[in-house]
Design a protein around this ligand. Structure first.
Ligand code: AMP
Ligand code: MN
Ligand code: MN
Ligand code: MN
Length: 287
């Protein structure tokens, strides 16, 4: 088997807050030269069987995936799970519990937006959700853009959906220990998603990484659509320092919103050990 270079192990479908169906993503990944693919919907594995079958139909090796929302040091951290058994009951139950509070949070977000003069945001956002218990800030953002309140999604986040802004509502997500435990308990491998995005102090980041490893986490995203080139260099060093496996993924959500397309990102620096080198037995091969 030739070495895999163009792995894309992070993206979203309509099953969470992406705009394409798993089948369309598989075709797009294949057309863009992806050699190993994972669909990682937020807190949800309901698209995994479809993604696996679509990958097979496109001749694309596949790893199961998800991206779990975690509360850590007062911030939201995302943990990607790869290569797990998508029929695992404990993982499914954990994700179901994590999704639980989204509807009531969304109603509170809509109340905050109403006070800022934006009416009907709950019903508006709901029109964009494929899966009602996954209503997210992204769906509110799409509604606010289409209703003419903002020109694009980043503007909505800046003005309305980030801490201190009228549509932001704190939420308690899964714990780091639980998220890593659900993934590894289902024979998967846990990865810290886009570490540069959290704005942690050096001490907080050290705590995140060491606690993550202590719970059995093994990987970290180095090259992602959510990182600059400088971020990738920095987290390549972090991966080496903590002996973590390196992951790579576009975090693609939508052809209209995402600046990094499936499979169109820099290669992992050569001195790193790719996460997929330890997941060979978990890959679903197309033949
Ligand atoms: P939620 O899980 O409801 O808090 O929504 C989080 C989602 O919002 C993330 O998965 C991203 O897709 C999206 N998001 C977060 N921050 C931003 C931002 N600054 N600009 C655009 N999208 C964002
Ligand atoms: Mn998202
Ligand atoms: Mn994320
Ligand atoms: Mn993501």
């Amino acid at each position: 088997m030739k070495d895999i270079l163009n792995a894309d192990l992070h993206c979203h479908s309509k099953v969470s807050d992406g705009t394409l169906e798993p089948e369309a993503l598989a075709a797009r990944a294949s057309a863009n030269g992806v050699e190993l693919w994972a669909l990682t919907d937020h807190d949800e594995i309901g698209g995994q069987q479809r993604a696996l079958e679509a990958a097979r139909a496109n001749g694309l090796p596949y790893l199961t995936g998800t991206e779990i929302s975690v509360t850590f040091a007062g911030k939201v951290v995302h943990i990607v799970g790869l290569g797990f058994d998508h029929h695992d009951a404990a993982l499914a139950a954990g994700l179901r519990a994590t999704r639980g509070g989204r509807e009531s949070r969304a109603r509170e977000m809509a109340a905050g937006l109403a006070q800022a003069g934006i009416k009907g945001a709950f019903e508006g956002a709901l029109q964009y959700v494929g899966n009602t218990d996954l209503i997210s800030r992204t769906h509110f953002a799409r509604f606010l853009v289409d209703a003419g309140h903002c020109v694009d999604v980043p503007e909505v986040f800046r003005r309305f959906l980030t801490p201190g802004k009228p549509g932001y509502v704190e939420h308690r997500w899964a714990t780091l220990k639980d998220a890593v435990g659900w993934i590894t308990g289902a024979q998967g491998l846990a990865v810290i998603a886009h570490p540069a995005r959290y704005g942690f102090t050096a001490n907080e980041e050290y705590a995140l990484i060491t606690e993550f490893i202590g719970h059995g986490g093994r990987g970290i995203e180095v090259v992602t659509g959510s990182h600059s080139t400088t971020d990738a260099v920095r987290y390549a060093e972090v991966a080496l320092e903590f002996d973590l496996l390196a992951s790579r993924g576009s975090d693609f959500h939508s052809p209209d919103e995402s600046h990094t397309d499936l499979g169109r990102l820099d290669l992992l620096p050569g001195q790193l050990t790719p996460v997929w080198s330890q997941l060979q037995a978990r890959i679903h091969w197309p033949t």
